[in-house]
Design a protein around this ligand. Structure first.
Ligand code: PBG
Length: 326
């Protein structure tokens, strides 16, 4: 019997030794918390398919933002749900619309202590639920949508957004938004570009979260799951157009994409652990089939290990608290 000279187990013996050699660490600043605010709501409304996540009232949104700031999170990402929708998504452009008004209120509350990011997309605002306006034939009109995105970006920056985050996957959106921001004097407002965003079944619970009106799907503009090289093309285009941060979404089922993107990107890379990823962990944990905290932290670690600079996650606040306990 010969004994092994190489014993990787030596470095796993105690928690302190494992901590010493950990190649990936989690920190509250790695996490961006998505928050939903709904116009006309009197009490926070639970989202059934996302236990623990709510649609906020304009008042409770401020509490959630203050908590995120106290926890030292990397930032928050705001999604607005308007009382009225129309084919053009005009509530998204209105400086007094729910999203722009909330950006302003949150910024007043947290100042520069917490980066406030805003979803720059039309799907929450259109009555058909698509991320852009439609042609007469009912297809999403890329270039007509771009014009609206530019105005939306300028309004969000005007309201005080620290970062705008176009999530609609229109071709050329980053360039148009950059131009509109610059023209409006917001040269310092960065763009977090949803660069490699896949048409995904994992967005299911989000549709409930924003009361989505969508009937069909987004396969004509979001990426197709089989494609890997195409993600690099999307990222390269967004970088050329001036993206300051690029995102891969969803996260867990797309860690190969995340790793590829991290390999070529010379700007920070975000990954979005989306609603369905959260819901699956919650459902299994509620059944006692997996340990919630272990799996949540394990997935966040995996996403960071694959190359994400930061992670949008519904676990952001809780994970930050877990890390403080450890
Ligand atoms: C579009 C948008 C979506 C999500 C974030 N931004 C929905 C979609 O593309 O269908 C999904 C986020 C999640 O599932 O957690 N504005």
């Amino acid at each position: 019997m010969t004994f092994p000279a190489q014993r990787p187990r030596r470095l796993r013996r105690t928690p302190a030794l494992r901590r010493l050699v950990a190649e990936t660490r989690l920190h509250p600043a790695d996490f961006i918390l998505p928050l939903f605010v709904r116009e006309g709501l009197a009490e926070p409304a639970p989202i059934t398919s996302m236990p623990g996540v709510v649609q906020h009232t304009e008042a409770t949104l401020l509490d959630a933002a203050a908590e995120a700031s106290d926890l030292g999170l990397g930032g928050i990402m705001l999604f607005g749900i308007p009382a009225q929708r129309d084919p053009q998504g005009s509530a998204g452009l209105n400086p007094e619309g729910i999203l722009n008004r909330s950006i302003r209120a949150v910024k007043d509350a947290v100042g520069d202590d917490l980066p406030v990011m805003s979803d720059l997309c039309l799907d929450e605002f259109t009555d058909h639920g698509h991320c852009g306006v439609l042609t007469a034939a009912g297809e999403v009109d890329n270039d007509a949508t771009l014009e609206i995105y530019g105005q939306m970006g300028a309004e969000q920056a005007e309201a005080g957004a620290d970062v705008v985050a176009p999530s609609g996957m229109m071709d050329g959106q980053v360039a148009v938004i950059r131009e509109a921001l610059d023209a409006a004097g917001h040269q310092q407002v960065p763009i977090l570009a949803y660069a490699a965003k896949y048409a995904s079944g994992f967005y299911g619970p989000f549709r409930e979260a924003v009361d989505s009106q969508l009937k069909g799907d987004r396969r004509q503009y979001q990426m197709d799951a089989p494609n890997r090289t195409e993600a690099l093309r999307e990222v390269e285009l967004d970088l050329a157009e001036g993206a300051d941060i690029v995102m891969v979404k969803p996260a867990s089922a797309y860690l190969d994409i995340l790793s590829d993107v991290a390999g070529i990107s010379d700007v920070p890379v975000s990954a979005y652990q989306v609603s369905g990823e959260y819901a699956m962990i919650e459902a299994a944990a509620a059944n006692g089939w997996i340990d919630r905290r272990t799996v949540a932290l394990e997935t966040l670690t995996a996403i960071r290990r694959a190359g994400a600079t930061n992670v949008l996650t519904y676990y952001a606040a809780e994970a930050a608290r877990w890390l403080q306990e450890d």
